[in-house]
Design a protein around this ligand. Sequence first.
Ligand code: FAD
Length: 451
Amino acid sequence: MSDTNGTPALSDAVQQLQERGVDLDRLAEAYAGMDEAAVAKSYGALARAGRPSRPYEPPPSDGDFFDIDGLITEEQRQKMAELRRFMETEVEPVINDHWLRDSTPREVLIPGFRKLDLLTPIYGEDLTSREPNGSVMEGLLTMEIARVDVSTATFFGVHSGLAMQSLLVCGSEEQKAEWLPAMRNWDKIGAFGLTEPNVGSAISRGVQTTARREGDEWVLNGQKKWIGNATFADLVVIWARDEADDQVKGFIVRAQENPGYSVEKIRGKVALRAVENGLITLTDCRVPESDRLQNANSFRDVAEVLKLTRAGVAWQAVGCAMGAYERSQRYATTRGQFGKPIASYQLIQDKLVHMLGNVTALQTMCLRLSQLQDEGRMTDAQASLAKVYTAARCRDVVALARDLHGGNGILLENHVARYFCDTEAIYSYEGTNEINSLIVGREVTGLGAFV
Ligand SMILES: Cc1cc2nc3c(=O)[nH]c(=O)nc-3n(C[C@H](O)[C@H](O)[C@H](O)COP(=O)(O)OP(=O)(O)OC[C@H]3O[C@@H](n4cnc5c(N)ncnc54)[C@H](O)[C@@H]3O)c2cc1C
């Protein structure tokens, strides 16, 4: 029933309220005691209470908060999008199982990376030098890969960074022509053997693996530890000390056909388990002079390769942190506790903001680093600063991500546990954070503090 103005008659409303047991006398008494402002405020509250509440729709999870996307070329953007699709649909579903089994999903990665043609935008068609913006491209691709899985980014970086870069910087024209096209197409897989069981950080002064020239051959003896891809690589670049002049030289060891080369997979790792790290033993391993890297004459040349690839490891940290943040944002906005999404609690929001701030700082730092690299201006100290800073901040981000996921954060199926563990390797390889700090410290003080 309505009055002549179309509003429900007051008596009907009163009757409805009485039927619902509302104490109208008490209500009227409370209103009578209120001042004008309190009455107006209560009208506002009543109006809000009458409105149907909208269901909560979480915003999309996006780790590119400062629009890095807007700073890159259309070609780069497209390549990254294709790679992201591949990583999310082909790699993510299988990676935890491989991680548990200490195995690299080569049967997925090799044809996938080949089809995506990831290395032409970095090394170009003629393979004589990197493309003008090849380092930025390499960094962005590394970030995309590590956003889903750091082991895969390491497989990528060992082959396309350490091994290909050794050939590019230190190889003769014939050596480049033999290996680089096949490596760019993922037909031949590379590895890089520098670290030894007894010498890690001090390797620049302490390579113990020996090389002895005998006619047109070299005879290598020694061991190399931690060598990524070593269990299946076609070629392993081995760095050894020439017994004659005491200088470090590089050798291409054709691992699949050389009886002096043997490798044992390192088991029991708690990080980067989907990288196959090998302990290589070289026993009178014979290498023809034609497979000695013709332009590697001392450790200085190895350092040049390492400088160029250190930026790649910094980008791994960026991608890992980005993936951990994005998964945390999704989890926080969908996981409910105390009747609300956990994202509605201030302490959780603080964690997300802390993570996103770090991710954004790392992206912008590394983008500038790679631009300097492409301009040929990147210094050792700049590469080291990026490695130190990204690894440390990535550690913060993955710890928060693990924690934000509660108990689910230690389950592999939620992925952040894998990021948490893998970050420990980022922290220690390609120069530990201490060694990279010492490189930066020497630059900014003019005082070396290594020994
Ligand atoms: C997963 C993984 C993959 C790897 N892949 C490869 C690969 O493909 N090829 C390859 O050649 N190597 C590879 N490495 C080896 C890696 O580069 C070394 O682990 C790294 O250089 C550190 O050496 P180390 O482990 O022997 O540590 P150590 O050198 O023994 O260091 C132990 C600790 O002492 C500290 N320390 C050492 N010297 C100093 C100093 N002067 N001042 C202060 N602190 C110091 C270090 O920072 C560290 O905290 C890999 C390692 C890992 C873990």
